[in-house]
Design a protein around this ligand. Structure first.
Ligand code: PAF
Length: 281
């Protein structure tokens, strides 16, 4: 069956009402398009008996703090629709900017160190933009459950916190990062890498794997320095940050073992393309 592609809020609301009246659970996968197997794994996770799976594709301008990044973000709607159709998604919401933001709109959320560190430090206002659009999409789609990738680990932590405090009726599910066979984390931004840049980008996941293997040789802060040094040595790669934090508090990890749940988070530019990755250690 062809995938219904809706562009207006009123059409989405009436379609969701019909599905709810038929006793369906609304499972929602918000995306910015340029879909890859990582997104499709979210749709697969969302599917299930008596489920109505809604995906959205909206390149959200309020979460970009760089006009060039917004302009160059890959847009592949026709191909995305084919992929969603093949996965058995039930409806796609693909609104215009005017539909989502009839007037300028950007909220503000401050979750302490979670908001001020890492992505929060290097992309000021980014999480405000993410939560503004996620809140708006949740109000429109009114899902019972919603799925997000762990690749955007700090984003997922923001969305969990937001939903817990402001929309506790929605269950948030995090899904594991999918990787290419050589380890590169799947990302829509990978489409913008040329062959040479892709080879350079591969060092990010290689160093994270290497750090996991060397965990017992170093303290957390020593391991951080080791990882940073490895990535700083890579020609053509510009490291923004590499930190080991506790995955629930985002505070630095003073030592290995209980009660800490350490995760390495890293961001780097390869050419014009900004890539992020993470790995539990
Ligand atoms: O992860 C993304 O694709 C986006 O940040 C999201 C959650 C769809 C909000 O625009």
């Amino acid at each position: 069956m062809p995938l219904p592609v809706l562009t207006t809020i009123s059409d989405v609301k009436s379609c969701v009402l019909d599905a709810k009246a038929a006793g369906k659970t609304i499972a929602f996968v918000p995306t910015m398009g340029a879909l890859h197997p990582g997104h499709i794994s979210l749709i697969e996770a969302a599917k299930g008996e008596n489920r109505f799976v809604v995906a959205s594709i909206f390149v959200n301008p309020t979460q970009f703090n760089n006009a060039g990044d917004l302009k160059n973000y890959p847009r592949t709607l026709d191909h995305d629709i084919q992929m969603l159709e093949a996965t058995g998604c039930n409806m796609l919401f693909a609104p215009s900017v005017e539909e989502i933001y009839p007037s300028p709109d950007k909220g503000h959320w401050d979750y302490g160190i979670l908001s001020s560190s890492l992505e929060g430090k290097f992309r000021p206002g980014h999480f405000d933009g993410v939560l503004t659009v996620v809140k708006r999409l949740f109000e429109i789609v009114t899902p019972h459950i919603s799925y997000f990738g762990e690749k955007d680990f700090q984003q997922l932590a923001h969305i969990r916190r937001f939903a817990k405090e402001e929309m506790p009726q929605i269950e948030i599910v995090g899904c594991p990062t999918l990787r290419e066979s050589d380890g590169l984390a799947m990302s829509s931004r990978n489409m913008r890498l040329n062959e040479k840049e892709r080879g350079i980008a591969l060092h990010i996941s290689r160093v994270l794997y290497d750090m996991c293997e060397k965990k017992n040789d170093f303290s957390p802060s020593e391991l951080e320095v080791y990882g940073r040094t490895q990535l700083e040595l890579v020609a053509g790669l510009e490291l923004e940050y590499l930190e080991i934090v506790d995955e629930s508090t985002f505070a630095p990890v003073p030592e290995w073992g209980e009660p800490f749940q350490p995760i390495i988070l890293a961001a780097a530019y390869v050419g014009e393309v900004r890539l992020i990755d993470n790995m539990r250690v």
